[in-house]
Write a protein that binds this ligand. Structure first.
Ligand code: KIV
Length: 306
C-alpha cells in the first residue's frame, strides 16, 4: 500500500522543480541551453518564474532600468537589497543570483563576505555575482565561496568598470585582450565560481575558451557557444527608450504599450469616459435617502450653509 499522502502534488514537469546547482551542471552536461534573465521587482520576477527560466539575476543593471541612474556605479547596496527582496517574493523555481554593487566587495575579503551574506540572509538570494577576473575579484570570489555562498563570475565587458575599459564596448578583440579574458575566466573557475557570465566578447573567442570551462558559462553578446544566455528584462521586452546594445534581441515593445495605455486612460478621464457606471459602487436607496437627510440636517460643514 502506498504511504504517499493523498494531498501531495508532484510536479508534472521537472522544469517546475526549484533549480539547484547540481541541476544546472546536469543541464550543461546534457547540452541543454540554460536560460537566465534579469528581474528587479515582484512583477518582473513573476514573469520570469511563469516563463520557467532557470536562473534569475537581480542585476545591478536595475540601477539603470528601474532606478533611472545613468550607470551602475552609483547604486547602493541598500537600494539593491530592496530590489532583491521584491524579486525573491516573486520567484518559486528559478535560482536567484544577487549582483554585488560597485564598492560593496572590492575593499577587503571581509567586506565582500559581509555583503554576500546580506544578499543571502536579508534578500533570500541563492548566490551572488561579482564583476571582473583580476586579482582582487578572484580573491573576493574565493573568500565568498569559502564562506559557503555560491559565486557567479563575470568577465569581458564589466559595466561597473566600463570607464576603465574605454566605455560600453566589446572586449577581447585582439589576441592579448582575448587571452586576458581567458586567464580571468579560468582563475574565477579555479576560485570556485559555480558559473561565469561572458559579456560582449567575440563569438570566436568564446568558442576557443569553452573547451577549458568546466562550469556553466552564460553569455550576453558572447555568441552561441556558451552553455546559456542572459538578457536584461527591460531590453528584451522593450521597456526602455532606444534599442540598446548590438546583442539585444527585442521580443516586445512594452514601453510603447505602457505609454499607450496611460495615454488612453488620460484621454478617458479628460473626456469623462472614465469612470463609467460599471466602475462605481451601489448603495441601498433607503440608506441613501437617510444619508442625504442627515447631511442636510445635522452634519455641519464649515463655511457652508446648514
Ligand atoms: O547587471 C546585469 O544585468 C548583468 C548582466 C548584464 C549579466 O550583469
Amino acid at each position: 500500500m502506498s504511504t504517499m499522502p493523498t494531498t501531495m502534488h508532484l510536479p508534472q514537469d521537472a522544469s517546475r522543480l526549484p533549480m539547484t546547482l547540481p541541476r544546472l551542471l546536469e543541464k550543461r552536461e546534457l547540452g541543454e541551453p540554460i536560460v537566465m534573465v534579469t528581474a528587479y521587482d515582484y512583477p518582473s520576477a513573476r514573469a520570469a518564474d511563469r516563463a520557467g527560466v532557470d536562473l534569475v539575476l537581480m542585476g545591478d543593471s536595475g540601477a539603470m532600468t528601474v532606478l533611472g541612474y545613468d550607470s551602475t556605479v552609483a547604486v547602493t547596496l541598500d537600494e539593491l537589497l530592496v530590489l532583491a527582496r521584491a524579486t525573491r517574493r516573486g520567484l518559486q523555481t528559478p535560482f536567484l543570483v544577487g549582483d554585488l554593487p560597485f564598492g560593496s566587495y572590492e575593499v577587503s575579503d571581509e567586506q565582500a563576505v559581509i555583503t554576500a551574506f546580506r544578499f543571502v540572509k536579508e534578500a533570500g538570494c541563492d548566490a551572488v555575482k561579482l564583476e571582473g577576473g583580476g586579482e582582487t575579484s578572484v580573491r573576493r570570489a574565493r573568500a565568498i565561496v569559502n564562506a559557503g555562498i555560491p559565486v557567479m563570475g563575470h568577465v569581458g565587458l564589466t559595466p561597473q568598470t566600463a570607464t576603465a575599459l574605454g566605455g560600453y564596448k566589446a572586449q577581447g578583440k585582439n589576441a592579448g585582450a582575448a587571452a586576458k579574458i581567458a586567464r580571468e575566466a579560468l582563475a574565477l573557475q579555479e576560485a570556485g565560481c559555480f558559473s561565469i557570465v561572458f559579456e560582449a566578447i567575440p563569438s570566436a573567442v568564446t568558442e576557443a575558451i569553452m573547451p577549458r570551462m568546466g562550469i556553466p558559462v552564460i553569455g550576453i553578446g558572447a555568441g552561441p557557444a556558451t552553455d546559456g544566455q542572459v538578457l536584461v528584462f527591460h531590453d528584451l521586452l522593450g521597456i526602455r527608450e532606444g534599442r540598446g546594445a548590438k546583442f539585444v534581441q527585442r521580443y516586445a515593445d512594452l514601453l510603447d504599450d505602457m505609454a499607450g495605455g496611460v495615454a488612453a486612460y488620460a484621454d478617458d478621464v479628460r473626456t469623462r469616459r472614465y469612470p463609467g457606471p460599471e466602475h462605481g459602487y451601489a448603495m441601498d436607496v433607503a440608506e441613501l435617502a437617510a444619508f442625504r437627510d442627515e447631511l442636510n440636517h445635522s452634519i455641519a460643514v464649515e463655511g457652508a450653509p446648514v
